[in-house]
Design a protein around this ligand. Structure first.
Ligand code: HEC
Length: 200
């Protein structure tokens, strides 16, 4: 141990013969450290404590909304407005875009009680040729919109808005005649023939 030029920096203490130089971290290192601390403080204030910060979830919500708005705009451009008259409901029940939108609503809001494939669980099977509350496709909109008072089937229009109820009802119309595995036993009265969608 013969170096001499750093002896000025040698600190006074001595632990079992172990000595320590006083070599402070360089200025540039301090600068980065201080910038990081300031940045963390500003980040905390802006993103966690102020109402102005945003998160990745906000961005996902905004993207989902943009896609949904666009899909609805395309549907409206095709159909005028999503009116709940029977002709329009039947037409939508044969339209690929409308069915995709309706399926998403059904899976999100209805599948818990009717199952994703519509075979029924708490609520009735929606795929068979029987129903308790409707006869014709147009009636399905009314059931979904206004619910069945006194049962678990609530009125959905106040929750979803008319467009989404129209799309969900069109999707339900399209389910008739599907033959899912393990269907719930038929409930209600046999249904008559329905008008068929043109297929678009
Ligand atoms: C919390 C459970 C639940 C949810 C969620 C639910 N339903 Fe229902 N639904 C029921 C029940 C229970 C009935 C049967 C009411 C009765 O006894 O007449 C029913 C009835 C129906 C009927 C009439 C069936 C028939 O045979 O008359 C349709 C159509 C329907 N639901 C569609 C939907 C749609 C579309 C959604 C989503 C927007 C939905 N349901 C969400 C429980 C639910």
């Amino acid at each position: 141990m013969s170096s001499t030029h750093q002896d000025d920096n040698l600190m006074a203490h001595d632990y079992d013969g172990i000595r320590e130089y006083d070599n402070p971290t360089p200025g540039w290192w301090h600068a980065i450290f201080i910038v990081c601390v300031l940045f963390a403080g500003a980040y905390l204030l802006f993103f966690h404590l102020s109402p102005y910060g945003w998160t990745i979830f906000d961005q996902q919500d905004a993207t989902a909304k943009r896609i949904n708005d666009k899909a609805q705009a395309i549907l409206k451009a095709t159909y005028g407005s999503l009116t709940p008259d029977q002709d329009n409901l039947v037409r939508l029940s044969g339209n690929t875009n409308a069915l995709a939108a309706g399926k998403a609503i059904f899976e999100g809001r209805c599948a818990a009680c009717h199952m994703p494939d519509g075979r029924g669980l708490v609520g009735p099977n929606l795929t068979d040729d029987f129903a308790k509350n409707y006869k014709m496709p147009g009636d399905i909109y009314k059931v979904v919109s206004g619910g069945v008072p006194g049962t678990a089937m609530v009125a959905w229009e106040p929750l979803l808005g008319r467009d989404d109820v129209v799309l969900a009802a069109s999707y339900v119309i399209s389910l008739r005649g599907a033959h899912p595995a393990n269907p719930k036993a038929p409930e209600g009265e046999p249904l008559p023939e329905w008008p068929k969608p043109a297929g678009e």
